[in-house]
Design a protein around this ligand. Structure first.
Ligand code: F6P
Ligand code: MG
Length: 476
């Protein structure tokens, strides 16, 4: 807490904050969906051996714990210390909880309580014998990726065409390269708009609209801050200086289609020579419903390795509706094969690396990283750019506090700003109150738009994923 920005944090007790409805409406739904998932798994377990019976019994115990959690949350009970599951961060969470005194679910700092919620849910599984590595959100993540089939195929076609061109033509047209860089980052940015936690609001066909390329062009005007030209120049100048190792880090957000587009961006950075290595940072525990675990990366590569099996097998919903997915066309399979081969080769040759770190699922802002995770910061400083994907990472970067929205992004980064040794790019669709780097009067204008919040004091325009900020801070 000592290293956090000294401004009031957004609170679940403030009716004008998205924290208020998120904690009262969406968190109970997320816990209910977890209960449904565990219930479904328990129901599908064999009942033969003693081990089966133990796993079933543990599953029923977890159901009880999730139900109790939901009850405590909905009745605004005090947060209780996490059970020790052997990981160091339990003490970090519990020490902060003790320092914050008697904290209740519906009247406290949004960022801490929401991170605590997911870390507490994970302890139900990590303290068990048979559910230790169970991902209660895995079904939703795979289902979402399967439902992104149209956008996946559209991008796969584009990717093969692009990478083949880049591999064949030795000299690249700089203007084309700059446009492509912007397009790839756009795809990466809006891919995020389909994160599952918004699925409670968005329907699948809205998702396919978001993910279709014509929709992206329309969304261009919804990017309030767009520093991509500076980022491209930064990478291009390092490439032109023939610096041997130019590593780009991507602190990931959501699995499924968003991870797919992150890999498309990584593959493009490598093929264009704008980077020589890409390090992907997934989460170490199931997190904010759709965030990427290392297992989600493996699952995506497996899906691409057998695209017919993955995209042509009817899902449970398909079976209920008596629907059989259309078979993939031959050239679709060829395009997905190309992707799989390209990414597997980059991964095998060590240019595309996965590096999980429990620091990404800690209880507070990233302002704490230099003091609390110096080795992680030193590692990131080996790179030339660190890209943070998504809304939660943004909230952690700027501390999820009530900044004046015209505060410069580099100032709101605190110890990760100028002089930190880190060059930071955020690709963020806005799904929470906090925002910085806007022009004077811009927030007021947006509040006046339909559903923007008006003079209620609520910055509603920043809650629904329709607007985005792409901000860059030079730290080297
Ligand atoms: O908007 C509600 C919310 O749960 C935020 O608390 C959180 O920042 C966001 O959804 C998660 O979105 P993303 O996956 O883009 O980080
Ligand atoms: Mg997420």
């Amino acid at each position: 807490m000592d290293h956090d920005p000294k401004l009031p944090p957004y609170s679940t007790g403030d009716p004008t904050s998205f924290a208020y409805s998120t904690s009262r409406e969406r968190w109970p739904i997320i816990i209910t969906q977890a209960i449904d998932d565990v219930y479904r798994t328990v129901g599908s377990l064999p009942d033969n051996s003693d081990e089966d019976k133990q796993k079933q019994a543990e599953g029923k115990k977890i159901l009880g714990e999730l139900a109790k959690l939901k009850y405590e949350l909905q009745h605004n009970r005090a947060l209780t210390p996490l059970r020790d599951d052997g990981f160091d961060d339990v003490k970090v969470y519990n020490d902060e909880l003790a320092r914050r005194g008697n904290l209740t679910w519906l009247d406290g700092p949004w960022l801490f309580i929401e991170c605590y919620l997911f870390r507490r849910m994970s302890t139900y599984f990590t303290t068990s014998q048979h559910w230790k590595t169970y991902d209660v959100f895995a079904r939703q993540k795979i289902k979402s990726f399967r439902s992104s089939r149209a956008a996946v195929l559209e991008l796969a076609a584009r990717y093969r065409e692009l990478i083949t061109q880049l591999q064949q033509s030795k000299t690249h047209d700089a203007e084309a390269e700059r446009l492509l860089f912007a397009e790839m980052c756009d795809v990466c940015l809006w891919g995020n708009a389909s994160d599952l936690s918004l699925l409670l609001v968005l329907t699948y066909d809205t998702i396919s609209q978001i993910q279709g390329s014509e929709a992206r062009r329309a969304a261009e005007k919804n990017i309030l801050v767009n520093d991509l030209p500076q980022v491209y120049e930064h990478l291009k100048s390092l490439k032109d200086q023939k610096i041997a190792e130019r590593r780009v880090d991507i602190v990931l957000d959501n699995a499924g289609f968003e991870l797919f587009v992150d890999l498309v961006l990584a593959g493009y950075l490598l093929a264009s020579g704008l980077a020589t290595h890409v390090v992907l940072h997934p989460k170490s525990i199931p997190w904010f419903v759709s965030d990427v675990l290392s297992t989600d990366f493996a699952a995506l590569l497996n899906a691409l390795a057998s695209p017919r099996a993955f995209f042509e097998t009817p899902s449970d919903e398909d079976q209920l509706r008596g629907v059989t997915p259309a078979p993939l066309e031959e050239d679709h399979v060829a395009q997905l094969d190309f992707l799989f081969a390209d990414w597997s080769r980059q991964h095998a040759e060590g240019r595309l690396v996965l590096r999980p770190n429990r620091a990404w699922t800690g209880p507070g802002s990233f302002w704490r990283l230099p003091a609390e995770q110096p080795e992680l910061v030193e590692d990131l400083k080996q790179g030339v750019l660190t890209i943070f994907k998504g809304d939660l990472n943004y909230r952690k970067l700027v501390g999820d506090v009530a900044w004046d929205p015209t505060t410069p992004f580099s100032e709101a980064l605190g110890p990760l700003g100028p002089g930190s040794g880190l060059n930071i790019l955020t690709l963020r669709t806005c799904k929470a109150d906090v925002v910085v780097g806007l022009k004077p009067g811009e927030d007021e204008e947006l509040r006046k738009t339909e559903g923007g919040g008006g003079d209620t004091g609520a910055r509603k325009w920043a809650w629904n994923g329709k607007w985005a900020v792409v901000s860059f801070s030079r730290g080297t």
